[in-house]
Design a protein around this ligand. Structure first.
Ligand code: C5P
Length: 231
């Protein structure tokens, strides 16, 4: 298992991102680049951070018709990132197309991870707005199984869903979990949170940590604290 801590680089500009990453010196943490930074700076920011030596999770959560997603993934495959994602709600057809697009001519590809139900969606909204009348846990497991059957490598999920996902999709099916907080840090807008220690004991493969590191007085110290507790 490749357990690791991924820092969510949720910054609006290249300048702020570089200032932040320079704090880590020769240490090159795994970083997540999301929509905010990617839409602001484009693919060049991805190339630049990769050249600096950081593994990258490109969190763009693709969701469109299979043909469009396949072509978009083909373009992303040239960026040499380590992990990309999409919405499992696009169905198995879309996920299989994504996998085809992401696979490079030499057969290599980044890990492909599916978002199940966003952690911002709750049971009531899922039932009343999306007309999905099943328990959240069941929906998440069904989406995870669809992702596994489509050939994907894993899912983004709540730390509290890790054990269920591993039980239904196998121990090797990768779980990437946001919603991580130190026992003594702020909750912010996250609801179903867990500490790095607890995420480790639940069997999470990767934790995604944003504000507890990016907004800390000493981000290096906060990162080290996460690594010591999780890896
Ligand atoms: O600052 P914080 O630790 O809450 O950041 C968590 C990161 O993980 C953010 O980039 C957020 O967009 C992302 N994320 C999440 N919940 C999900 C999927 C992604 O918090 N279900």
């Amino acid at each position: 298992m490749n357990r690791d801590v991924i820092i969510a680089c949720d910054f609006p500009t290249r300048e702020q991102t570089m200032t932040f990453l320079q704090r880590f010196g020769q240490r090159k943490p795994f970083v997540k680049i999301g929509m905010e930074l990617y839409y602001a700076e484009g693919p060049q920011i991805v190339r630049e951070i990769k050249e600096m030596g950081h593994p990258i999770f490109l969190d763009l959560k693709l969701h469109d018709i299979p043909n469009t997603v396949e072509k978009a993934m083909r373009v992303l495959s040239r960026l040499d990132v380590d992990m990309v994602n999409l919405h499992a709600a696009g169905t198995k057809d879309m996920m299989e197309a994504a996998l085809r697009g992401l696979t490079r001519p030499d057969g290599t590809r980044p890990l492909l991870i599916a978002v199940t139900q966003l952690t911002s969606t709750n049971q009531q909204r899922m039932e009343q707005e999306l007309l999905i009348p099943h328990p959240m846990e069941e929906v998440v497991m069904q989406y995870a199984q669809n992702a596994r059957e489509a050939g994907l490598d894993g899912v983004v999920c709540s730390p509290l869903e890790v054990q269920g996902v591993h039980a239904c999709c196998g121990k090797d099916f990768v779980t990437v979990t946001p919603g991580i907080r130190f026992a003594d840090s702020r909750q912010d807008d996250q609801h179903r949170i867990t500490t790095p220690e607890k995420a480790r004991s639940l069997g999470a493969d990767y934790i995604v940590v944003g504000r507890p590191i990016t907004a800390a007085e000493s981000p290096e110290e906060a990162y080290r604290r996460c690594v010591d507790a999780f890896i």
